[in-house]
Ligand binder design. Structure first.
Ligand code: ADP
Ligand code: GN1
Ligand code: MG
Length: 396
């Protein structure tokens, strides 16, 4: 494993810089944190990370001279309609992972401190609840901040891509025996690509932000590819593809890499862990990590699928799921990358037409820019489909 090489390159990390939090937001945070079971006094806090959904804060606490850090998040309730059941899922998932880590079956023997770097740990409120509901109706949660780790928006090497895929594949393998009942569906039809396509056609018809006229090319690109939307959902419906417990949001920056070794130590952002297809996870990882230019690239000529990165992703994922991956899943790995890249492109374009109501944006037209990147990536994958398939066929 080329982790040493990743570690040597870690100084080029790009993520988790800290924009100053508006004073009002920090004030809200300060009112909320006394409800959590944390020793010490809040010393400082900042907005943290590059997520598109929640308000994420890194907070430092001072307890008799020793310093501890936590992640606090205000859950996006426009996106997640039922935070208590969402937190019930995360509680179950993290307990299951922790039990496997403690028993040694997940990673071999690990110290207690090391176990808390391999899975998210919820810090409950003083009442023992996994979240705090504030008077304005917002839900807040707290996790242990995993020290000496980094996130990346784009991979710096195939070795890092391999590590990310291995981490997500391992995560899925560890959850394969999660006891019943099934997890709650926190966002219904999350990866139902035909439903995402219908949402786009509805957004075009409504034209809520009066933007449809200016994005005719992107709309035409999407409409021409409607047949692509059915393949995974049909495979699940026919039983050809197994329903598993999957992560469903396998962006590269939802893996924490150890700063020293470069190992993908912890899968985070567990809000959408629920029943799904392994192909959602693999496809979404390729759409996020397979394009080294990243989701925000403005020069579309730089957007493409990197075949060395794709190969590393396929090898890492197949290695970590080798005990369970079905032939039908393996056959569709390359195809899933195209389908999920298209699906996320549909979602960005829909949100642009709806007036930017779902994803956080950082400049006007940001969702349109992201949609263009996704569609350019789809085109690149269309061109390289045969090579991607050949890579999967000889992988692992
Ligand atoms: P979003 O759903 O908005 O993407 P995430 O849960 O992914 O929110 O968190 C945003 C970012 O915060 C992550 O990409 C990561 O950089 C950082 N982060 C979140 N939780 C932790 C944690 N427990 N330890 C270290 N970093 C974290
Ligand atoms: C969101 O939460 P984050 O930033 O890891 C989104 C994903 C999209 C992704 C696109 C709950 O991921 O589905 O693929 O943005 N998460 C949710 O970058 O919608
Ligand atoms: Mg995230």
């Amino acid at each position: 494993m080329a982790c040493a090489r990743i570690a040597a390159q870690m100084s080029t990390k790009t993520s988790a810089s800290a924009p100053a939090a508006p004073r009002a937001l920090i004030g809200e945070l300060a009112r909320v944190v006394p409800h959590f079971n944390i020793s010490g006094a809040l010393a400082s806090s900042q907005l943290y990370g590059h997520g598109h959904i929640h308000d994420t804060f890194l907070a430092t606490y001072d307890h008799a001279g020793s310093v501890t850090r936590y992640i606090h998040q205000r859950i996006n309730r426009n996106v997640f309609k039922n935070p208590p059941v969402l937190m019930e899922n995360i509680d179950r998932v993290t307990r299951h992972l922790r039990a496997k880590l403690e028993s040694g079956v997940a990673e071999g023997p690990l110290s207690a401190a090391e176990i808390s770097r391999r899975t998210l740990t919820i810090i409950p409120t003083h009442d023992g609840a996994p979240f705090h509901l504030d008077p304005s109706g917002d839900y807040w949660r707290t996790y242990i901040f995993i020290e000496k780790s980094s996130t990346f928006d784009t991979p710096i090497s195939p070795a890092m891509a391999f590590e990310a895929a291995r981490a997500f594949g391992h995560f899925q393998t560890l959850l394969s025996d999660l006891p019943a009942p099934p997890l709650h569906e926190t966002i219904p039809r999350f990866h139902d690509t035909p439903s995402r396509f219908r949402a786009l056609t509805a957004a075009i018809a409504n034209d809520a932000a009066k933007r449809a006229g200016a994005v005719r090319d992107e709309i035409a690109f999407a409409l021409r590819r409607e047949p692509l939307t059915h393949e995974l959902i049909d495979g699940l419906a026919s039983g050809e593809l197994p329903l598993r417990v999957t992560h469903n949001d396998t962006k590269l920056n939802n893996v924490l890499f150890d700063e020293n070794s470069g190992v993908g130590i912890c899968v985070i952002d567990l809000d959408t862990v629920m029943p799904g297809s392994a192909l959602y996870d693999f496809g979404d990882l390729v759409r996020s990590a397979g394009n080294p230019a990243g989701e925000d690239e403005m020069n579309l000529d730089k957007v493409n699928v990197s075949l060395p990165i794709f190969e590393a992703l396929a090898n890492g994922y197949i290695e970590a799921t080798s005990a369970s991956i079905a032939p039908a899943e393996r056959r569709l790995l390359a195809r899933s990358a195209q389908i999920i890249s298209f699906e996320i492109g549909l979602r960005f374009l829909t949100d642009h037409l709806d007036g930017d109501i779902y994803f956080k944006i950082h400049h006007p037209g940001h969702n349109l820019d992201r949609a263009r990147v996704m569609f350019r990536l789809v085109q690149s994958m269309e061109r390289h489909q045969a090579e991607m398939q050949a890579i999967v066929d000889r992988a692992g």
